[in-house]
Design a binder for this molecule. Structure first.
Ligand SMILES: Nc1nc2c(c(=O)[nH]1)N[C@H]1C(S)=C(S)[C@@H](COP(=O)(O)OP(=O)(O)OC[C@H]3O[C@@H](n4cnc5c(=O)[nH]c(N)nc54)[C@H](O)[C@@H]3O)O[C@H]1N2
Ligand SMILES: Nc1nc2c(c(=O)[nH]1)N[C@H]1C(S)=C(S)[C@@H](COP(=O)(O)OP(=O)(O)OC[C@H]3O[C@@H](n4cnc5c(=O)[nH]c(N)nc54)[C@H](O)[C@@H]3O)O[C@H]1N2
Ligand code: SF4
Ligand SMILES: [Mo]
Length: 749
């Protein structure tokens, strides 16, 4: 076998963490909020507190880091003034301390030492910052000289990404992508843009706390622990809102729903069309709203004429009576209805069309701009710290994604393809800078990813942990955690505009550095220092805060500042003259944008492949105490859940003679076998035709002393990817697995 050019480096094992074994399940019943940090802060305290916003996920809850006299962070609690968290952190946010205290963290820059001998592994050697940054800058210069800056791509996620984005734009590349688009929200943003002329965005402007009816379609809020959304859901439940959950699995929220529709996976568009049919043909729509705000109702009506509940039943297995009943529930509650757009929506490759059906349903129920529906969000725009204009790149993410006309951000998989000579088109990618994204866990079709990493000339990775992606790097740049650094001001939109700051609570541990510093030093090495015209990032923040009528000094004391709304109401009052950002200025039930581009202007149902005998659809989702793969090794969160398991219906378990707790390997339709075994959980809570696991486990790196080899990676088994032709999302739920009861003879892990 040829020696891989960029072979994966695993540095020697650090030994087992030796932590107590915790239960791997989590409560089905009980309050959603029982896991949240308590609001009771009665204990006397001599601790100093520093404001921050959480980076354990991207909801960005504002918090206080409490530091004791010995300079240790002892607790994190929510900032009372923050609308994103209402003063409470979710279990992951509280456990964010573990990101700081994890002894497996990256400690110093590393440089790959290539082994010249066949069969002898490459290694890393420790390096100074000076040497590591000079090497990155040297490679950036070489790539620019040989191919143009555009050939150096940035793949990023999270706060650090914005500092590197600034560096890359200064350097002349906007070949930039992140998994939060084509592997996450992209389809819903394209669909809502086409329908309402506006992205849904984050946080979603769903008025759940005042809703009378919440419809969740494969959106498992409560396991998806986006903080204030979960608190709003809890409030809606206490106010007896009707909840309709469509999920092949009895998610936690399904257990709290009046209607749980255990849909056959991959058939949601049929159900949505039937709902639209019932609402139109039973005359349950909001005629006045439709007349005032929408276009295309007549076309829609004609389009759904034959999509009766009886038609849908044959496809999605939901009884016609149940489809009618739930459609009427929505209409009764309208306009206080949220048909939730979901968030991770890249499922089957026709996801933008499914999201269009969701948008249309909201349109005919008149929920947009209505109390208990979608509120009109507002945010603060941040003044730009001055810097020279960025150069204009000759090509970039738009050119790489041009096959997908409604892609509004860089597509990670197109950057990956452009890195493989056989797959690249006109524009070729030759090097990557990766920050805050563990691609071997977040990108489907690992073989192509690995081939791309093998093909490129240089790979720099900035991370806090020795995650799998660092094993492929030529240079590893250890970032300090969010608790040890300044970062950009949080200014996301919500019911009210607000800002929040991130101030270091402690000095960076080990030899780690903040990404603003790393980006600035690389820029200086490249003679681009004028784009980073400050000594310390606190100067940038202070400058921006002063322009907003505050200061760093003030924000250090309060952490969050709320501003009044510019428009008085969160809802349409007299909305005459309101213009939506669509071509017609109206809500486009019939999408002229899609029509003009040659896509179905109204959504249609198409059948997707089904599992063969003995195979089951692999579906996946979130656990309340973990975020993707990033928290698996976090000591605090590992203690709460140390591995995932695979949910199997009792009927399937009987056929295969499987018992709860038994370990099995899984093999997918392409013959790919999981690297590690996973424990079976036999449960009625999953349909017989599917199996389910929590995403983010099955790590393969000895340096992750706790989580290494625990549980299974869903990503490894997602080898068939259905690309959404409209915006380029990677549909990942068209994969099927079967059980291997005996340990397979693994050649390579
Ligand atoms: N199979 C499968 N794939 C998925 C999903 C799924 O459910 N299943 N979900 C998709 C979705 S919705 C999303 S949004 C993406 C998420 O994709 P990613 O954001 O790539 O998620 P993680 O796997 O958590 O990787 C995060 C990386 O950032 C590092 N990190 C954490 N904090 C910092 C920091 O402060 N600075 C730096 N520099 N690095 C840091 C972590 O150590 C880790 O290596 O994945 C997508 N891919
Ligand atoms: N605790 C925690 N919370 C998180 C995150 C995290 O990592 N951890 N990540 C955040 C991010 S970035 C995102 S994008 C969101 C993702 O969270 P969501 O958008 O809420 O959910 P998904 O992960 O897409 O969907 C998972 C659900 O879809 C169901 N499902 C599977 N196939 C089908 C189908 O064909 N039809 C239907 N109707 N349902 C199906 C699964 O059974 C599961 O219950 O979570 C956010 N919140
Ligand atoms: S939802 Fe939880 S993990 Fe996400 S930012 Fe808020 S506290 Fe942190
Ligand atoms: Mo996501």
């Amino acid at each position: 076998m040829n020696k891989s050019r960029r072979q994966f480096i695993k540095i020697g094992a650090l030994g087992s963490g030796g932590l107590a074994v915790a239960a791997s399940g989590y409560g089905f019943a009980g309050s959603f909020l029982s896991m949240f940090d308590s609001k009771d802060r009665s204990e006397g305290t001599t601790l100093s507190k520093f404001p921050t916003y959480c980076e354990v996920c991207f909801w960005k809850c504002a918090a206080w880091a409490h530091v004791n006299d010995s300079g240790e962070i002892v607790k994190l609690i929510g900032n009372e003034d923050d609308l994103h968290c209402n003063g409470r952190l979710c279990p992951r946010g509280t456990g964010g301390i573990g990101m700081y205290s994890d002894e497996d963290r990256l400690k110093t820059p590393l440089i790959r030492v290539r082994s010249e001998k066949e069969g002898v592994a490459d290694t890393f050697r420790e390096a100074s910052w000076e040497e590591a940054l000079a090497l990155v800058a040297l490679r950036m210069t070489e790539i620019k000289t040989n191919y143009g800056s555009e050939s150096f791509a940035l793949l990023k996620h999270g706060s650090s990404g914005s500092h590197f984005e600034h560096l890359f734009k200064a350097y002349g590349s906007d070949t930039i992508g992140e998994p939060a688009y084509a592997q996450c929200r992209g389809p819903r943003e394209a669909a809502f843009q086409a329908t309402f002329g506006s992205w849904v965005g984050s946080p979603e402007p769903t008025d759940i706390r005042d809703t009378k009816c919440l419809v969740l379609i494969g959106s498992h809020i409560g396991e998806n622990m986006h903080n204030s959304q979960v608190q709003d859901l809890s409030e809606a439940i206490s106010k007896e809102a009707v909840i309709i959950t469509v999920d092949p699995r009895a998610s936690t929220v399904a257990g709290k729903s009046k209607h749980w529709l255990a849909i056959k996976p991959a058939t949601d568009i049929a159900l949505l069309l039937a709902w639209i049919h019932v609402i139109i043909y039973e005359g349950l729509y909001d005629a006045e709203y439709i007349k005032k705000f929408t276009v295309g109702f007549e076309e829609l009506k004609k389009h759904v004429a034959s999509f009766t509940p009886e038609w849908a039943f044959g496809i999605c297995t939901i009884e016609p009576s149940e489809i009618r009943k739930t459609a009427r529930e929505m209409a009764n509650a309208a306009p206080s209805v949220v048909v939730h757009p979901g968030r991770h929506v890249t499922w089957y490759g026709d996801d933008t069309q499914r999201e269009r059906a969701i948008a249309i349903l909201n349109g005919i129920l008149g929920t947009w701009g209505k109390r208990g529906g979608f509120y009109l969000k507002e945010g603060m725009s941040l003044p730009k710290f001055p810097h020279p204009d960025f150069p204009e790149p000759a090509w970039g993410w738009k050119d790489l994604g041009k096959k997908y006309p409604l892609a509004q951000m860089g597509l990670t998989q197109e950057i990956i393809r452009a890195s493989i000579p056989e797959l690249a088109g006109e524009h070729k990618v030759k090097a990557w800078f990766v920050s805050g994204t563990n691609l071997p866990k977040s990108i489907p079709d690992q073989a192509t990813l690995i081939k791309a990493m093998d093909s490129i000339e240089f790979l720099a990775v900035c991370d806090t942990m020795p995650m799998e992606i660092t094993g492929y790097a030529d240079v590893v740049l250890p970032e300090c955690t969010y608790l040890e650094r300044y970062d950009g001001i949080r200014s996301t939109s919500n019911r009210n505009p607000s800002i929040a700051v991130r101030i270091p609570a402690v000095q960076p541990k080990y030899n780690s550095k903040p990404s603003w510093w790393i980006a600035k030093k690389i820029a200086e090495n490249l003679d681009l220092g004028e784009y980073f015209n400050f000594e310390d990032y606190s100067e940038v923040i202070d400058w921006q805060l002063q322009k907003l009528g505050s200061s760093l000094e003030e924000m250090k004391e309060i952490g969050v500042k709320n501003y009044p709304r510019k428009s008085a109401s969160m809802y349409f009052k007299n909305a005459d003259g309101f213009s939506f950002g669509t071509p017609s200025g109206k809500i486009e039930l019939y999408s002229s944008t899609f029509k003009d581009l040659g896509f179905d202007p109204l959504p249609v149902y198409t059948a997707h492949p089904e599992p063969e005998d003995g195979f089951y659809r692999l579906i996946y989702g979130r656990a309340p105490m973990h975020t993707f793969s990033r928290t698996a090794n976090n000591p605090n969160l590992y203690d709460l859940m140390e591995e995932n398991c695979v949910w199997v219906n009792p009927k399937t378990a009987r056929q295969w003679k499987l018992k709860s707790g038994q370990e099995v390997f899984l093999k997918n339709q392409d013959g790919i076998v999981s690297s590690f075994p996973i424990k079976i959980r036999v449960t009625e809570r999953i349909r017989w035709d599917s199996v389910y696991m929590v995403h983010g486990f099955g790590h393969k790196d000895d340096r992750l002393s706790r989580t290494n080899k625990k549980g299974m990676s869903d990503t490894d088994l997602i080898t068939t990817v259905k690309i959404d032709p409209i915006m380029g999302g990677t549909g990942m739920r068209g994969n099927f697995v079967t059980f291997l009861i005996d340990e397979p003879n693994l050649v390579e892990s």
